[in-house]
Write a protein that binds this ligand. Structure first.
Ligand SMILES: Nc1ncnc2c1ncn2[C@@H]1O[C@H](COP(=O)(O)OP(=O)(O)O)[C@@H](O)[C@H]1O
Ligand SMILES: [Mg+2]
Length: 412
């Protein structure tokens, strides 16, 4: 049983309509400490309290303590000459959906493994729920990990897989069944308990892996590119599912992806990794609209970096206007001439790549409101005016240093 300051708060899935009564049975003992939560109190409404209410209570408690779920101080890790994590300081709040995004090899997996305890840092400290766990083995950390290759036990059925961690902890059978059933319901796989992994689709297997990881109610769930093996459509569905599950269980999720769009759509906050360092931490809006470096501007979204009079700035493609013959730019805009070098028809949108006479290239996107594909494609090679509002051009401070860091130059 993992204790956190202020008393253990364990999460109990009570999604079924009969779960209120069940919740007052065995699980309260095993989950020791739900007493203060409305879901277990006698005053709880029939049918149990909505998961959101429990989560809110839990969060309010945590926030009152002011203890982040995860705190990293100066964490570094090298493998021989390779610096995988080059000094990371980070705090992740209770119940937060936090994403680590960055190119391949930027140290994301290594940092997850350091949090999980599969690796020890060369220097620095890892805290979970305010407790220093730097020297603790993985099993002593209240953390679970979901990997891309979900590694289900092929000889066990779904229930067996999901129950596994509970069995290892000698949770009584009836409670095991109930909790595994609740976890499967959470991932919308109720009724699949008897199947073997080979009888499931990729997406279903990933859901089982998720159920298995949340069934013992860790404080933090680490997910390393969990949707990487799924096709694009399924990925999008699972992104929405994962968000829902995270909201319902109220566990802090630390989600690793190299996909910037996924990072923007799913996260409360994200950290952009580059060469073992974090270039920027912020909300999706912060990172997208106010990138801290050239690297971030380039990695998150279409870069559109321009340099004018020694100043670096970025304009997002949806803010760049292509002026049709004679059209006036709105007041407060900067207008430049250029040539359409490339036209990429994307169905809903068309992307125009414009080489500017004053130097640099801008990408503009236009919704295909009236334009037909053929018309759009015909514009290739034309000279055009492009305009953007000054207020939409975001200047990147210290672009030189950030750019150097992004290229791995500098201190080391
Ligand atoms: N066990 C290891 N032995 C040697 N080098 C490693 C090991 N794990 C990771 N690395 C190296 O550390 C760097 C960061 O890797 P990783 O954390 O896996 O990046 P990411 O998950 O962002 O792709 C890479 O250069 C990688 O080759
Ligand atoms: Mg990785």
């Amino acid at each position: 049983m993992w204790l956190v300051p202020g008393g253990p708060l364990r999460l109990c899935f009570r999604l079924r309509s009969d779960s209120h009564n069940e919740g007052r049975g065995v699980s309260d003992t095993a989950t020791s400490g739900l007493g203060g939560e409305p879901a277990t109190g006698s005053g709880a409404p029939a049918g149990g309290v909505a998961p959101g209410a429990r989560v809110a209570t839990r969060r309010a408690d945590r926030q009152a303590w002011g203890v982040p779920a995860v705190r990293l101080f100066g964490v570094q890790k090298s493998y021989g000459p390779v610096v995988a994590v080059a000094g990371v300081d980070l705090e992740i709040a209770e119940g937060e959906f936090f994403t680590m995004v960055g190119p391949s090899g930027s140290g994301k997996t290594t940092l997850l493994r350091l949090i999980a305890g599969f690796e020890r840092p060369d220097t620095g400290r890892v805290e979970l729920g305010g407790k220093d766990v730097t020297r603790e083995p993985p099993y002593a950390r209240d953390v679970n990990t979901v990997f891309q290759d979900y590694a289900l036990f092929p000889h066990m059925n779904v229930i067996g897989n999901v129950e596994y961690a509970l069995r290892a902890r000698r949770v009584p059978k009836a409670e095991r069944r109930r909790r595994a059933g609740d976890a499967l319901e959470m991932v919308r796989l109720a009724g699949f308990g008897g199947r073997k992994p080979v009888q499931l689709s990729g997406g279903q297997r990933q859901r089982v892996a998720l159920a298995r990881a949340i069934v013992n109610e860790p404080e933090v769930l680490l997910l390393d590119e969990p949707l990487g093996a799924l096709d694009a459509k399924l990925r999008q569905d699972m992104q929405i599912e994962l968000k829902r599950i995270q909201r319902e269980v109220g566990i802090s999720f630390i989600y690793v992806t190299h996909d910037q769009e996924e990072a923007l759509t799913m996260s409360d906050r994200l950290a952009v990794f580059n060469g073992g360092r974090i270039e920027q931490v912020g909300s999706p809006v912060d990172v997208y609209e106010r990138p801290a470096s050239d690297f971030v501007a380039d990695f998150i979204g279409v870069s559109n970096l321009l340099e004018r009079d020694g100043r670096h700035f970025t304009i997002r493609p949806e803010k760049v206007r292509l002026l049709d013959g004679g059209e006036q730019a709105p007041a407060g805009s900067r207008v430049e001439r250029g040539r359409i070098e490339d036209v990429i028809y994307l169905g809903m949108l068309t992307r125009y790549v414009v080489k500017l006479e004053a130097g640099g290239t801008l990408t503009a996107v236009r919704q295909n409101l009236e334009t037909a594909a053929a018309e759009a494609l015909e514009t290739r090679g034309r000279t055009v005016s492009v305009a953007w509002r000054d207020s939409q051009a975001y200047e990147i401070e210290h672009a030189d240093q950030a750019g150097a860091a992004a290229r791995g130059e500098g201190e080391d």
